[in-house]
Design a protein around this ligand. Structure first.
Ligand SMILES: *[C@@H]1O[C@H](CO)[C@@H](O)[C@H](O)[C@H]1NC(C)=O
Ligand SMILES: *[C@@H]1O[C@H](CO)[C@@H](O)[C@H](O)[C@H]1NC(C)=O
Length: 283
């Protein structure tokens, strides 16, 4: 390194905290998807939580008042094999499996629900200290939670207390509206509502390490006449067969996808435009 750039970088290091600097310097992969398989999905399911349940089946949490539920769904047919309806006053949100407990949060609630994964009977409730209940995932040790803000929470799966929380950043921008979560190979993947982007987040420091652009799914569904669909939401990971599944709220289809490098050039500012919604309180 030449003396001048070195001096400049030392000067910069003094000015900028190392974390902020890393946030700006991070290398972020930007990928798109290819669809490997298309499966039927209940078009009445306002999908808020999704996870792979083994044996070609999924656990799903659905929202909307009067229609919220926890269900077990057959992957190939989309058939709802077991269903636990929630109280009409509740709006189901994120769902995860920790040990032999299916754990669910609900919209505008700080209480959540625990179900037996075998028959989906409710076996307990809990209180969490996120502002709201949006997404849940787990690495088997902690629960990861989101509440619609830019914070990713780490939650103790026994006490449901927040262990730590991190603001999620992409190149110095906060990533607001983190929604459905999934833990995949050491990363937390998050749907960013209302976009067609999935943020791949490092749970160590909250930095976005990659974006997956899924705009093609929504576009094709709309073009096929599914005009009543809502946003992309729901990521499930089959660790054994390394399969990724995604769907959306009221989507008639669920997709097995592969992450593939983007072919077109990525214009400056494109990710910011596609994937970073402004928070409600900003002008
Ligand atoms: C796997 O799913 C099939 C079809 O739903 C069911 O008949 C079978 O009992 C399941 N096997 C296990 C081990 O759960
Ligand atoms: C659900 O299964 C558990 C055992 O896993 C059992 O104790 C419980 O009685 C079952 N609940 C219902 C409603 O069948």
């Amino acid at each position: 390194m030449d003396t001048l750039p070195r001096l400049i970088s030392v000067f910069c290091l003094l000015l900028v905290s190392s974390n902020t600097l890393r946030a700006f310097q991070q290398t972020v992969s930007i990928d798109t998807i290819t669809v490997v398989n298309v499966f039927p999905h209940d078009p009445q399911a306002f999908t808020q939580g999704l996870l792979y349940a083994g044996n070609d089946s999924l656990f799903e949490s659905t929202g909307d008042y009067g229609k919220s539920s926890v269900r077990k769904v057959a992957l190939h047919t989309g058939k709802v094999e077991k269903l636990q309806k929630m109280d009409d006053s509740l709006f189901g949100e994120g769902l995860t499996l920790h040990g032999d407990r299916l754990i669910q949060v609900a919209w505008l609630q700080t209480n959540g629900f625990i179900y037996d994964p075998k028959n989906l009977s409710e076996i307990g409730t809990f209180n969490h200290d996120m502002k709201d209940g949006w997404g849940l995932a787990t690495d088997g040790k902690v629960l990861f939670g989101s509440d619609g803000s830019s914070s990713l929470y780490k939650i103790d799966p026994q006490t449901f207390k927040t262990v730590s929380k991190q603001v999620v950043y992409y190149k110095g921008h906060q990533v607001h509206f983190l929604n459905e979560l999934e833990y995949i190979n050491g990363e937390v993947w998050a749907n960013v509502i209302p976009t067609d982007c999935i943020a791949r987040i490092s749970p160590n420091d909250g930095l976005v390490v990659g974006w997956i652009l899924l705009q093609s799914l929504w576009k094709e569904l709309i073009e096929a006449g599914n005009t009543d669909i809502n946003v992309l939401n729901g990521i499930a990971w089959d660790a054994e067969q390394e399969r990724i599944f995604v769907t959306g709220k009221l989507w008639p289809e669920l997709y097995e996808i592969k992450v593939t490098p983007i072919k077109s050039t990525i214009e400056e500012g494109m990710v910011e435009k596609l994937c970073l919604p402004k928070p409600f309180n900003s002008a």
